[in-house]
Design a binder for this molecule. Structure first.
Ligand SMILES: *[C@@H]1O[C@H](CO)[C@@H](O)[C@H](O)[C@H]1NC(C)=O
Ligand SMILES: *[C@@H]1O[C@H](CO)[C@@H](O)[C@H](O)[C@H]1NC(C)=O
Ligand SMILES: *[C@@H]1O[C@H](CO)[C@@H](O)[C@H](O)[C@H]1NC(C)=O
Ligand SMILES: *[C@@H]1O[C@H](CO)[C@@H](O)[C@H](O)[C@H]1NC(C)=O
Ligand SMILES: *[C@@H]1O[C@H](CO)[C@@H](O)[C@H](O)[C@H]1NC(C)=O
Ligand SMILES: *[C@@H]1O[C@H](CO)[C@@H](O)[C@H](O)[C@H]1NC(C)=O
Length: 361
């Protein structure tokens, strides 16, 4: 998360030009699901932000990616793979779907097609903030719309509808909206923040309905972590260690709102099914008993900002740290969380885990 003081609010001006064609029919997959379409923020970004004009929200330089094959800084906000990668692998894909903005060649609807990732570090549900540094949720949906029309031109409407209805739509978003909201609250702004929870949730609902309108049926939703425990938030506390309860309460309020939102959506929209992954509860379970999960540090960064080779190297025991940098988790944290969401115990997903979700007919 960038410094709150540096937020700029202005009208979206990001223009992204892409075009691709998709020749050839879809061939058989060994996976249950034909494809994954990924939306949201830096937890799931696999390199879209490498292509945005501002470098304020990028992870395309070392030490990012230090544990990725070839120590390649791909734009993932991690030392290695992230949750989009692990969930794709859990589902049987060889790799995570590529970043939408990296697709300057035509998408080929062959056995290698795994879907597309639209997620962008720093993105919010409502926010049109730092539009040069991030791709907001509604713009990610426009990008998906563009993909849909390209796919439809190749597959025809019926085949495409089938493909989309079976695909997983993986989404992690909202932390940025809550961050802006709390920043405004801390400024004692006289007017209610437009980024308050009810507004943010109703925008979330509207965007999910748009995705449904475009053919999405199965939603894997990752809720908001206790973001008051991210190192940047802890650093602002008096003792530089305590989690920020005000922020965590806000995350809980948002997460509580997600449940009726999706349960209503599933009764309002025929064929819609979902799983809400409780990243909040999972993080807390780790924080309560880190050693049991092999973590020796769950309160500070492994890589100190700005996390470049000009500075001190990252911690060596990266598998034992929960946080990689001021905002994002390590590869190992992402791996454990993904595993819990895909095929874990009932307490971390509701009403079903992702594995059950993708099998719903
Ligand atoms: C797309 O083009 C950019 C710039 O030319 C290049 O860096 C990138 O590797 C290309 N992406 C793919 C998937 O070929
Ligand atoms: C799929 O990708 C692999 C590895 O990049 C490549 O060797 C293979 O030719 C591709 N298959 C198709 C059908 O394009
Ligand atoms: C998708 O694109 C079509 C035009 O191609 C447009 O009419 C429609 O409003 C778009 N839908 C969304 C949700 O962006
Ligand atoms: C929590 O964060 C908010 C916003 O940054 C700040 O105003 C508040 O003082 C913090 N609370 C504590 C206890 O650190
Ligand atoms: C869900 O539906 C119930 C009953 O129609 C309604 O009272 C409630 O406000 C709805 N909640 C959301 C979040 O849509
Ligand atoms: C933060 O984590 C370190 C490493 O586990 C630990 O030594 C320290 O006690 C923790 N600080 C607090 C106040 O929890």
């Amino acid at each position: 998360m960038m410094m709150m003081e540096h937020f700029r609010i202005k009208v979206l001006s990001l223009v992204i030009v892409t075009s691709f064609q998709m020749p050839g029919p879809v061939q058989g997959h060994k996976t249950v699901v034909p494809a994954i379409f990924v939306f949201g923020d830096g937890m799931l970004d696999v390199g879209n932000n490498n292509y945005v004009p501002s470098d304020a929200q990028q992870a395309d330089y070392p030490y990012y990616g230090i544990d990725f094959p070839g120590s390649n800084p791909t734009g993932r906000f991690s030392n290695g793979y992230n949750m989009a990668d692990f969930i794709a692998r859990d589902m049987g894909f060889k790799m995570s779907p590529p970043a939408y903005l990296s697709l300057n060649t035509s998408i080929k609807m062959n056995a290698n097609f795994t879907g597309v990732n639209y997620a962008s570090g720093g993105a919010g549900i409502q926010t049109i903030i730092n539009d040069e540094a991030t791709i907001p949720f509604h713009y990610q949906v426009s990008n998906f719309n563009d993909t849909v029309s390209q796919m439809e031109a190749n597959l025809g409407h019926q085949k495409l509808s089938k493909l989309l209805a079976k695909s997983l739509f993986l989404i992690s978003i909202g932390t940025m909206d809550l961050s802006v909201n709390i920043w405004m609250l801390s400024r004692h702004s006289p007017r209610p923040s437009p980024f308050n929870i009810p507004n943010t949730l109703s925008s979330y609902k509207a965007i999910i309905m748009q995705l449904y309108g475009l053919g999405a049926r199965k939603f894997g939703i990752i809720n908001i972590q206790p973001f008051g425990c991210q190192p940047w938030a802890r650093q602002n506390s008096n003792d530089h260690v305590q989690c920020n309860d005000t922020m965590n309460n806000l995350a809980r309020e948002f997460n509580d709102g997600l449940k009726p939102l999706f349960s209503n959506l599933s009764s309002e929209l025929s064929g819609l099914s979902y799983s809400i992954a409780d990243f909040y509860a999972f993080s807390n379970a780790i924080f309560m008993n880190p050693l049991a999960y092999g973590f020796v540090n769950v309160n500070s960064t492994c890589c100190n900002p700005p996390c470049t080779p000009e500075n001190e190297p990252p911690c060596e025991n990266r598998k034992q740290y929960w946080f990689w940098d001021l905002s994002y988790t390590t590869e190992r944290a992402a791996k454990l969380a993904s595993c819990a969401f895909y095929d874990g115990p009932a307490r971390f997903t509701m009403p079903v885990n992702f594995k059950r979700l993708i099998k719903i007919k």
